[in-house]
Design a protein around this ligand. Structure first.
Ligand SMILES: *Cc1c(COP(=O)(O)O)cnc(C)c1O
Length: 379
């Protein structure tokens, strides 16, 4: 049987919480499990206020409604990311200026970002790629200097930190994803973290379809109605129950994932030292949350040969993002700047199988097959 790239995992607790939610009499959004998840995230990650959403994409859409964009407003973000980092801004009429990655890591090049700021710039988005923190002191400093809103795309980055601070708790907004490919998963799901209190009141309204329903249920008004724009961003309390169950296992999930990551690193280090590929680099200010393990091959052809070789040897490995500035949709909208580092990561990055139930013996076997590919290259 082929070793898959990803395999979702249920710890067992989730099922009990699904059953509890189902019999609780409250299976729509903002029920008991949703509130438990909000408190858990707020306490565990030091976030001011959380809102569970149906996806990380929806968390972005909420943030975009809260910030408010008018045509001409600009947003800076990395090109090497998923479409959901970008789409919500375009939906609100903003323009995107894509920034390059650093040479060493797919994360946005913060030093190069300042040159992209214009009087129309309103926000900057950073993506903590593979759960590795962007230099947030530099980002927050730049944002303060130019009065910009900072959004952390922490879709890969749950349980990761920057100088000891949890990612998603530093920018004005942080976004988490619980898609089945992420460390903590509900199938589909997301969380909007708000760290600037000025957005909280309105977020509650936008989250509940533009009504003051939440205030009503707290007894603050005697009836509720339509008070603002909004949408339906709440997942059912069944989904929240799944998240709660996964979070109860978070320590165990993380321990196992970091073990897998370290095993790959240890096994593959000798081959990297011989120059067959580069291994991921983690700066001193960041930690590793075991989200993914990738190799950087010397060139695109070598990368594709490795994917084909592993495929033929029953191991599914995959490349990652096609830079958004080169997408069919965005190419005509891009200002033409070359983004060579983003291009390089698109051409040379390869992700290895990574999931909770992946046995270390299989990690060893995958590494051995990689070794055989390298040996064949050498002969
Ligand atoms: C997964 C992912 C998203 C989107 O998450 P959804 O929950 O699927 O909407 C956004 N940004 C990045 C970097 C991601 O990896």
């Amino acid at each position: 049987m082929k070793i898959p790239f990803n395999k979702p995992w249920f710890a067992g607790h989730e099922i009990q919480h699904i059953v509890n939610a189902a019999y609780s009499g409250h299976i729509s959004g903002n029920g008991p499990y949703t509130r438990k998840c909000h408190s858990l995230f707020e306490e565990r990650y030091g976030i001011k206020k959380c809102f569970l959403t149906t996806s990380c994409t929806d968390a972005f859409e909420m943030a975009c409604l809260l910030i408010g964009f008018k045509p001409g407003d600009e947003v800076i973000m990395p090109s090497f990311t998923f479409v959901s980092t970008a789409n919500p801004f375009l939906l609100r009429g903003a323009s995107i200026r894509f920034a390059d990655s650093t040479a060493a890591h797919p994360n946005i090049d913060v030093d190069a970002m300042e040159a992209l700021i214009t009087p129309a710039t309103k926000a900057i988005v950073v993506v903590h790629y593979a759960g590795v923190a962007v230099d947030m002191d530099a980002v927050m400093h730049l944002a303060a200097k130019h009065e910009l809103v900072v959004i952390e795309d922490a879709a890969h980055a749950i349980e990761s930190t920057y100088k000891g601070k949890p990612l998603g708790s530093i920018g004005h907004f942080g976004m988490f994803s619980f898609h089945e490919t992420k460390n903590i998963s509900t199938g589909e799901g997301g969380m909007l973290a708000i760290n600037d209190p000025k957005y909280i009141r309105r977020a509650e309204i936008i989250w509940e379809k533009g009504t003051d329903r939440a205030a009503f249920f707290r007894g603050e008004t005697d009836k509720y109605g339509w008070v603002d724009i909004g949408s339906s961003f709440l997942p059912s309390d069944i989904t929240a129950g799944v998240l709660y169950g996964q979070m109860q296992q978070a320590d165990e999930i993380q321990k196992k994932r970091i073990e897998i990551w370290n095993r790959y690193y240890h096994n593959l280090k000798p081959l990297a030292d011989q120059g067959f590929f580069e291994l991921p680099r983690i700066p001193d200010y960041a930690v590793n949350n075991g989200h993914m393990f990738y190799l950087l091959m010397p060139d695109e052809q070598g990368r594709n040969e490795m994917i084909d070789y592993l495929n033929a040897n029953m191991v599914q490995s995959v490349f990652h993002y096609l830079p958004l500035h080169r997408s069919k949709f965005f190419t005509p909208l891009h200002d033409g700047r070359a983004l060579p580092n983003a291009d390089r990561f698109a051409a040379t990055l390869l992700r290895l199988p990574f999931f909770y139930e992946l046995p270390l013996t299989i990690v060893d076997m995958i590494c051995e097959r990689i070794g055989r590919f390298c040996a064949a290259k050498n002969s």
